[in-house]
Design a binder for this molecule. Structure first.
Ligand SMILES: Nc1ncnc2c1ncn2[C@@H]1O[C@H](COP(=O)(O)OP(=O)(O)OP(=O)(O)O)[C@@H](O)[C@H]1O
Length: 669
């Protein structure tokens, strides 16, 4: 435990090598002030001249009138169950005498918190009637024997580690402990308690970042990036979160549209193009009062529903769950906008852009889209990106055609980019409702999907939304910047499907004409599928790695929260353990050590690396020692992280014993 090393101040960050206390002539008559709570003076072997009286350690003796002999029951440790408790079943090798002997009951100063009830035969056994000396295991480091006068907990081999006892408190009160560490391996932890060779369970060593290591960098050379989520990813997620929370007070939009409220327009283009749907369309973000989630509402202005069956066309779309399709949730008509409008409820993907906004100059906007500079030229789309789009759209079409429906609208303004190179079809189900009475067959519509896909790829490869107007020329131009394979792919998609009848070859045998459908297309682009899958797996690895950094943050946050929950509580102000000589005083000093560092001139030091490093070492419970200095610089303690950790766990367990509920009144104070 904490070893006070006397008066004097020092740099709290200084490596610990404190001078030996000076002796005095009559020091032997004076009780050493450097004795730790375990009765151990670290300078004793180096000639400390103070008095180190300790209580004598009783040795294992037979009770009076008895001698140990071969028939004496030998001490056999109870078989330890995986949970660390002694098993009640005894081995068959115990002699009958041993079986009749009283159960060995360790004498401790404090009842163990979690020990299972031990049955003591109190009448028949002489062992129970005599004052049996305390059992000291061989090889036990006696420096841990406690000086009773120090008033702290003695060493007790049966004491459950604080972490376990806090667990027990948690279990007893059936509360969820939000600060609890993973206790899945506590069974083995209990088994190895106080063992010299005890290795910390693996979960305490999770913070083991692989290189490059930044420890040797100076504070100003480090960035928060070293410890937390990458800046670009964090900013992206934060901006998306902010966008999805955005509201528009005082807007002229209706406050309520069916079960949606808080409408915010996503459409910044006031010039509506009615050619795609046959109606001008508007897009809003809105919050559902059914589930509180944010959705996208696409409104077709001026639509009048004449046939109830039309709106039921949305049903099969609700079943489509594909990463390349914006999920359709519902459709309804409303008069909330002062007209008769048709509303489609879709998933909301914050800050998404359409392919047209991303890759083309906004052709339909004479004023110029504010997101693009007036003279901005669209950048050339790399072939790898185009293949990525093809694979995603092909996968979406596969899922759609498998449900015996068709996308019907694959257009650069109706495909959105939701994150880097991630696209989704965004106008599904709309034409199914609006053109409900179309005479076209499903096969025809599905064939048209492939042609529309070919046109979209052609536009992307030509960097122009109007490339389809000069189809042949645009196709010929593809090979200037892209491979022949991409050109072949576009030509195949644009070409009409083969005739349904199987023609006869000149020799009279039937010829196999390849069908034109999404399955054939997927087979043809198999190499691109593989490379796309590889890219997706790499992206997943990168995200998982980022996620693991956040995992550490949550662990450290919980540890820090635990520390702050324990410290500075009114109810503990007059508690001896928290006094300046008490066992838990070091927790206050440790808090100062971690968060209130000052330099030699007394100026605040705010070094994130130090905070993260110290909390990690605390969580791990390393044996590394640190020097804690009181604010008045009159007391200096040398403690290991392990000791601080134990003190925290003990204090936390005490706190939880008195807590009504962990998140309750006491917890919130
Ligand atoms: N599901 C969605 N989630 C988030 N944003 C969306 C969603 N659907 C569309 N948006 C955004 O709304 C804006 C308008 O979309 P819209 O489909 O109306 O495109 P547009 O270019 O305005 O086409 P049109 O000229 O046909 O109106 C775009 O910036 C788009 O990114």
């Amino acid at each position: 435990m904490a070893t006070p090393i006397g008066q004097g101040a020092g740099d709290a960050r200084r490596a610990v090598s404190s001078p030996r206390p000076k002796g005095r002539e009559n020091a032997k008559n004076t009780q050493c002030r450097n004795v730790s709570i375990y009765g151990y003076c670290r300078y004793e072997n180096e000639g400390c001249s103070y008095n180190h009286d300790r209580p004598s350690i009783p040795q294992l003796q037979p009770p009076p009138g008895q001698r140990f002999n071969v028939d004496s029951p030998s001490f056999t440790p109870l078989q330890t169950a995986p949970n660390g408790f002694s098993s009640s079943s005894r081995g068959s090798t115990i002699s009958p005498k041993a079986a009749n002997a009283a159960v060995f009951t360790p004498k401790t100063n404090k009842a163990p918190t979690l020990a299972p009830p031990i049955q003591v035969k109190d009448t028949s056994s002489q062992w129970a009637t005599h004052d049996f000396p305390e059992f000291i295991p061989q090889g036990y480091d006696q420096s841990h024997v406690v000086d009773q006068n120090m008033g702290v907990n003695p060493y007790d081999p049966f004491t459950i580690p604080a972490a376990v006892s806090s667990l027990s408190v948690q279990n007893q009160s059936s509360q969820v402990n939000p600060y609890a560490q993973d206790t899945s391996s506590m069974g083995s932890a209990a088994f190895y308690q106080n063992n010299e060779n005890y290795a910390q369970p693996l979960q305490y060593h999770l913070y083991n970042p692989l290189g490059p290591h930044r420890e040797n960098l100076l504070a100003y050379q480090r960035t928060a990036h070293d410890f937390f989520l990458a800046d670009d990813l964090r900013e992206d997620l934060t901006r998306k979160a902010a966008a999805s929370r955005q509201t528009l007070p005082n807007s002229s939009l209706p406050p309520q549209v069916d079960y949606f409220h808080s409408l915010v327009p996503l459409d910044t283009n006031p010039n509506k193009n009615a050619t795609l749907f046959g109606y001008p369309s508007w897009v809003y973000k809105a919050v559902s009062s059914k589930d509180g989630f944010t959705y996208t509402l696409r409104r077709l202005e001026g639509y009048r529903l004449t046939d109830e069956k039309a709106i039921r066309e949305v049903q099969p779309w609700k079943r489509i769950r594909n990463a390349g399709v914006v999920t359709v949730h519902d459709a309804f008509t409303t008069r909330a906008f002062g007209d008769s409008s048709l509303i489609f409820v879709l998933d909301y993907h914050p800050l998404s852009k359409t392919l047209a906004e991303q890759h083309f100059q906004y052709a339909g906007n004479p004023v110029g889209n504010p997101r693009f500079a007036a003279n901005a030229r669209p950048a050339h789309v790399p072939e790898q990106v185009i293949w990525g789009y093809i694979v995603q759209l092909a996968s979406a079409l596969k899922a759609i055609h498998a449900q015996n429906i068709a996308a019907r609208l694959i257009h650069s303004s109706k495909v959105i980019i939701t994150s880097k190179s991630r696209i989704r079809l965004n106008a599904c189900a709309i034409l199914d409702v609006v053109q409900h009475d179309t005479p076209r067959t499903m096969t025809d519509l599905q064939q048209d999907d492939l042609i529309q896909l070919g046109k979209l790829i052609l536009c992307l490869a030509s960097n122009s939304a109007s490339a389809v107007a000069t189809l042949q020329k645009s196709v010929d131009n593809i090979t200037r910047l892209y491979t022949q394979r991409l050109k072949d792919c576009v030509i195949w998609l644009l070409s009409p499907p083969p005739a349904p009848s199987t023609p006869q070859s000149p020799t009279g045998s039937s010829m196999q004409i390849p069908t034109k459908d999404i399955d054939t297309f997927l087979t043809a682009i198999a190499p691109q599928l593989v490379s796309s899958l590889d890219s997706a797996l790499h992206a997943e690895d990168a995200l998982l790695s980022s996620l693991s950094r956040e995992l550490e943050n949550s662990r450290l946050f919980r540890l820090s929260a635990k520390l702050q929950t324990i410290l500075e509580r009114d109810s503990y102000e007059h508690n001896a353990q928290w006094s300046e000589t008490g066992e838990r005083y070091i927790l206050k000093l440790f808090r100062d050590y971690v968060f209130h560092q000052v330099d030699a001139q007394g100026k605040p030091v705010a070094e994130l690396g130090h905070v993260v490093g110290a909390l990690n070492k605390l969580d791990t419970g390393t044996e590394e020692k640190i020097c804690l200095v009181s604010r008045d610089e009159q007391s200096v303690f040398v403690v290991s992280y392990r000791e601080v950790r134990r003190a925290i766990e003990g204090a936390w367990a005490d706190l939880m014993k008195g807590a009504g509920s962990i998140g309750g009144a006491q917890g919130r104070r």
